[in-house]
Design a protein around this ligand. Structure first.
Ligand SMILES: *[C@@H]1O[C@H](CO)[C@@H](O)[C@H](O)[C@H]1NC(C)=O
Length: 161
């Protein structure tokens, strides 16, 4: 029989289930993040891959969030210094004017590696975390296949309890 205590317990677990990130995703504050290091893609395809999972390429709003994602990337201990991971930023619309593509908003914080963005070769319009720079930010050619970081809001779930 369902007494008050087990009823409260059931409500509590429902909340936990609704609030957790799915397997393969890591939580920071109210977002879930997935780092894809194997299925490397061009920026546009990486963006589509995130969207297919009801997510977007990650948007970095605070230093704390940036630190979190960089910590997660470092945990992978990737040997290839050339490896990069796409995020949502781009200046493809207006050169030098960086925005988060999914929201159209300007940046709140910057973490460009010294000397970046350098528009190397004339058309580096997509943003990455660069292993060579210990995952500080770089502008890169959008058509380079790279890893990527997806982000989505934690599911708020049904209002149980
Ligand atoms: C510009 O940045 C790229 C990385 O996007 C780097 O490989 C290159 O060495 C940089 N060029 C200069 C002149 O610093």
């Amino acid at each position: 029989m369902l007494n008050l205590v087990s009823l409260l317990f059931l409500c509590g677990s429902a909340h936990l289930a609704a609030g957790a990130c799915a397997t393969g995703w890591v939580q920071f504050e109210t977002s879930c993040y997935k780092i894809e290091a194997r299925a490397i893609k061009q920026w546009t395809d990486a963006k589509k891959a995130c969207e297919a999972e009801k997510a977007q390429l990650t948007i970095i709003m605070t230093k704390e969030e940036n630190d979190f994602v960089q910590r997660e990337l470092r945990k992978l201990q990737i040997a290839d210094m050339g490896m990069q991971f796409w995020m949502d930023g781009t200046d493809i619309t207006t050169e030098g004017q960086w925005i988060w593509e999914s929201t159209g908003e300007y940046f709140e914080i910057y973490d460009w590696s010294p000397g970046e963005p350098n528009q190397s070769g004339g058309e580096e319009d997509c943003m990455s975390f660069f292993r060579l720079y210990d995952y500080h930010w770089n502008d890169e050619h959008c058509n380079r296949p790279e890893g990527y970081v997806c982000e989505k809001e934690m599911a708020s779930g049904p209002a149980v309890g």
